[in-house]
Ligand binder design. Structure first.
Ligand code: ADP
Length: 500
């Protein structure tokens, strides 16, 4: 049975937030959908309904884009002095910090992850990210260019400027709902852009609370708009909207293709951070004390719902059995439970659809001849719990080896020689991340350039930082987020050339 009553354990602020239908943020006000429709949000740890949220569609997206366009054109934001923009961004970071426990509780309830992880990674990471990006407005500089202009006798002076791209459509997934929203909104704000944010339909709650905090911080109306709704309606309308200048998307490679098609109408800029099937390579000389735990966390962290999850484990044959035994023991030892239970180490998957998808992949792998050395089953309890799973006896052609599962499932395979590792690692359409576990610098330096991935970690995995470029080779994406490389993709370069 569904119920709208929030869990008794929630703080008063969250109980209050969830007890009535939550509106969308358009032009500075929390409003109902034009259609009047709402949709249900579920707690993946129990399967029960926890909130009703305004269901945005094309009409709401259009209003939000108009508000963002007006806020961009009137220059109250993009024309604001850099230090004033920085101060507002810091004020927003302060507010998130002041509401950190409340946001972590909301994120855990909505997404399923352990509340301590939501607090120390998702919320704390969002604050750090905003603060890093808040440093950029005063540093968006161009350069002077020594031009020769052949065949003309005149002298010239040329320089470049960086200008905000304009209205940004931000479409984000459900694995790190608040943090993914901040990864997109913060660089847009830093560069003077205005945004329409569409959170994932499974996890809209923290993005909407974030929208309220944006207004409390004092951002001008229309600079940030948040429209919850479904991918095929609200998301598709945002990606196709003729007055959106850029869309930045994180999600599946399949939806990434839809976004690219939708963007062709006005040829808006597109940044994509898509799927992965990232290899974890454990070399013969690796320190197994760190490599085994590292490989387990590479896949099981956030229930494997991480685009850089180390979902293919490649181990030198001499230590394959020992590594599999170690990773399987860790997989079997995790305490699964509701995200709000402080004892919980791994929460549920995000939705019914996701557990059906992940368990379907495991069944398919077993039918194809793989063997589970840990897990393999859906847990028989309310909510969407999947046992952390290790599959061996896999072969390169299997679906479980080629496709992104986006769950706590790792496929393992041995290798014999270092000179075959790059080919195995690269035998996928993806190229997001990879990790190499070795104590041999020569081996590491030979392998890192040979692996086609946007980030190669050594003796660690899935480490991201606001300053370090992040993105994918091949079908894992277009462009980079974070750091200078990310900021630049929210700006246009203008060359100014004077004849003296
Ligand atoms: P996942 O596969 O991780 O569930 P998706 O790629 O399906 O993630 O979804 C990521 C985001 O993309 C969500 O906000 C979702 O609503 C949105 N989305 C899904 N389909 C479309 C679409 N056709 N156009 C635009 N956005 C979409």
């Amino acid at each position: 049975m569904t119920t709208l009553a929030p869990l008794d354990v929630l703080c008063a602020a969250n109980k209050d937030f969830l007890c009535r239908p939550i509106g969308m943020l358009i032009d500075g006000a929390m409003v109902a959908a034009q259609s009047g429709k709402t949709f249900a949000v579920f707690d993946p740890g129990s399967g029960r309904e926890i909130a009703q949220v305004a269901e945005g569609d094309a009409a709401d997206i259009d209003l939000a884009v108009k508000a963002a366009r007006r806020a961009f054109q009137d220059k109250t934001w993009s024309g604001m002095k850099a230090h004033a923009r920085e101060r507002l961004m810091h004020r927003l970071a302060d507010l998130i910090e002041a509401h950190a426990d409340e946001l972590a509780e909301l994120e855990s309830l909505d997404q399923g992850k352990p509340v301590a992880m939501a607090r120390h990674l998702d919320v704390a990471g969002s604050v750090d990210y905003l603060r890093y990006m808040a440093g950029w407005p005063s540093k968006l500089e161009g350069s002077t260019i020594p031009v020769s202009v052949p065949y003309m006798p005149n002298r010239f002076f040329a320089y470049t400027m960086r200008e905000a791209v304009g209205v940004i459509g931000c479409i984000v997934p459900w694995n790190f709902p608040l943090m993914m929203a901040v990864w997109k909104v913060a660089p847009a704000l830093a560069t003077g852009c205005t945004v329409v944010l569409k959170p994932a339909e499974q996890t809209p709650l923290t993005a909407l609370r974030f929208g309220q905090l944006v207004m409390e911080a004092g951002f001008p109306a229309g600079v940030v708009n948040v429209v919850p709704g479904f991918g095929g309606t609200a998301g598709a309308a945002l990606a196709a909207h003729p007055d959106v200048d850029k869309v930045t998307f994180t999600g599946s490679t399949e939806v990434g293709r839809h976004i690219v098609h939708a963007a062709t109408g006005n040829l808006k800029k597109v940044t994509l951070e898509l799927g992965g099937k990232s290899p974890v390579v454990i070399c013969e000389d690796a320190d197994l004390d760190i490599a085994i735990g590292g490989a387990a966390m590479a896949i099981f962290f956030n229930q494997g719902q991480v685009c850089t999850a180390g979902s293919r484990l490649l181990v030198h044959k001499s230590m394959f059995d020992k590594v599999i035994e170690g990773v399987s023991a860790i997989a079997s030892s995790f305490k699964l439970g509701h995200g709000l239970d402080p004892e919980t180490q791994l929460g549920p998957l995000v939705s019914k659809e996701q557990i059906d998808r992940v368990s379907g992949y495991v069944k398919c792998g077993l039918a194809d001849g793989a063997r589970a050395t840990a897990g393999g089953q859906v847990v028989d309890r309310a909510g969407y719990f999947m046992q952390p799973t290790v599959l061996v006896d896999t072969s390169p052609g299997m679906k479980v080896v080629q496709e992104e599962i986006f769950g706590p499932v790792v496929v393992a395979m041995p290798f014999s020689h270092m000179d075959e590792v790059a080919a195995i690692a690269n035998n996928t359409e993806f190229g997001l991340g990879a990790s190499i576990w070795t104590r041999d610098l020569n081996k590491m330096h030979a392998l890192a350039p040979a692996i086609k991935a946007g980030t190669v970690w050594v003796n660690c995995h899935s480490i991201v930082d606001p300053a370090m470029p992040f993105g994918g080779f091949k079908q894992s994406g277009w462009g980079r987020e974070h750091g200078k490389a990310g900021i630049e993709l929210y700006t246009e370069t203008k060359s100014v050339c004077l004849m003296l």
